[in-house]
Design a protein around this ligand. Structure first.
Ligand SMILES: [Zn+2]
Ligand SMILES: [Zn+2]
Length: 428
């Protein structure tokens, strides 16, 4: 063992067998709600042409500028173009929609997806370079009711998963008609105060001024805090859309806050944007973000279609879920039966019983390390087995098994081929 151990990459992590409980609680809740809300599952590849994100996510976004993992695929048989690990799920979903010609068959579609995404970020709490998202995209509908549906869906998933201390923030960032006016206002306001901005934000003044509202640096935050919001500059269409959304959310009793400075870090959002935040995450407290992206499909070569969607950060959400629950002991596997071998020659017969138990649908396990009966009993205890099946020379001679209820300590015998039935009876 003189070889140096190779460690995992910064910003990546393993999920060990006993760390899955909350993961599954969240994904199960999501799957339940997707079915209730009528969203169909969509899986897209982890690798895509880099151009998909440059066009879709936006060239001037931080994601595309700094965070994509891209390889040069020159010389590959079927693609001479650069390939990226997907940094987000929306452009691939739109690509899949267009590539399957769904816009010609059944224009309105609701999808959900889950899986790993990749961004070269500075690793920190809740931010990984390989992270996971659960997301939805509703393509082909411009009703504010659809915006409301996705917000209520995200809320339903979190409630179903048992999460409590989160808050939902919403805003309307305008459309192609009214946003340019706001962008100009913002630019004028901030240009006068550019000495108060961080170097990144000074660059953003020309390229992507809305992103300054999203900057996490304290001086920038202060500078934008008193800034006029977009709300007063919205066109009538956007005002109506926003008003209807709020009326619907109010009627549903959803507890939300309006945040006129909420913009989201992506170029394609129009009108409605929203974030769900949890205080446990610190400065970057968003666990779910979404909004409307009415121009994206056309921008990617498809027809003019209105869409809305969200993406939940799985790891960020799990931090919130874990913070809300008492830390418990590592979850063990809790088999129904642990088969204990009392005499070495009986070991093969133990395996035979193990197979019979599993064949009957019982979860069962045994020792593979050749340990003593006493050590095997300790394992049975540690794994949280409900019953033990004890097999030694005597049992084999009499063609029977000894069973032990691990809670009561009660022991009894069963015929060799009735062991599984006896356990099933006892469990019932
Ligand atoms: Zn507008
Ligand atoms: Zn800044």
């Amino acid at each position: 063992m003189s070889e140096k151990l190779i460690k995992s990459l910064a910003g990546t992590r393993d999920i060990l067998p006993w760390q899955w409980e909350k993961w599954h609680a969240l994904h199960d809740a999501a799957r339940r709600q997707f079915s209730i809300y009528g969203y169909g599952e969509l899986a897209t590849p982890i690798i895509e042409e880099a151009a998909l994100f440059i066009k879709g996510t936006g060239e001037s976004t931080e994601i595309v500028e700094k965070q994509m993992y891209t390889i040069d695929a020159a010389g590959e048989e079927d693609s001479g173009n650069a390939i990226s690990l997907r940094p987000e799920g929306t452009p691939p979903a739109v690509r899949a929609y267009l590539e399957s010609d769904l816009h010609k068959k059944q224009k309105f579609q609701k999808f959900w997806y889950s899986g790993p995404m990749f961004r070269r970020e500075k690793p920190q709490k809740g931010r990984l370079r390989q992270f996971h998202q659960i997301g939805v995209e509703a393509i082909g509908g411009d009703s504010p009711l659809l915006d409301a549906e996705t917000i209520l869906l995200a809320d339903a998933i979190y409630r179903d998963a048992g999460l409590k201390g989160y808050r939902t923030c919403i805003n309307n960032i305008g459309c192609e008609e009214c946003r340019p006016r706001y962008r100009e206002n913002l630019r004028t306001y901030l240009r006068d105060r550019s000495d108060e901005l961080c170097p990144d934000c000074v660059r953003r003044l020309d390229r992507n001024v809305l992103r300054i509202l999203d900057c996490k640096n304290a001086p920038c935050k202060e500078t934008v805090a008193d800034m006029p919001s977009i709300t007063g500059l919205l066109c009538n269409g956007c005002k109506d859309h926003y008003r209807t959304l709020k009326t619907v959310l109010d009627a549903q009793g959803l507890d939300y806050q309006e945040d006129p400075h909420l913009v989201r870090g992506l170029d394609y959002y129009t009108q409605t944007v929203y974030e769900i935040k949890h205080e446990e995450l610190g400065a970057r407290d968003t666990i779910c973000g979404g909004g409307r992206y009415d121009g994206l499909v056309a921008q990617m070569g498809g027809p003019e279609l209105s869409c809305v969607g969200f993406a939940m950060g799985v790891e960020a959400t799990l931090i919130a879920m874990e913070a809300e629950t008492e830390p418990d002991e590592a979850t063990s596997l809790n088999p129904d039966v642990y088969v204990v071998c009392f005499d070495e020659p009986a070991r093969i017969k133990c395996f035979e019983q193990l197979t019979m138990l599993r064949g009957a649908g019982l979860s069962a396990d045994m020792d593979y390390e050749g340990r003593s009966a006493k050590a095997q009993m300790r394992s049975a205890d540690r794994t949280g087995a409900d019953f033990c099946m004890l097999i030694g020379g005597l049992e084999i001679e009499n063609c029977e098994v000894t069973l032990k209820d691990m809670r009561s300590g009660q022991q009894w015998k069963a015929a060799w081929d009735k062991g599984a039935d006896a356990i099933l009876d006892a469990l019932a």
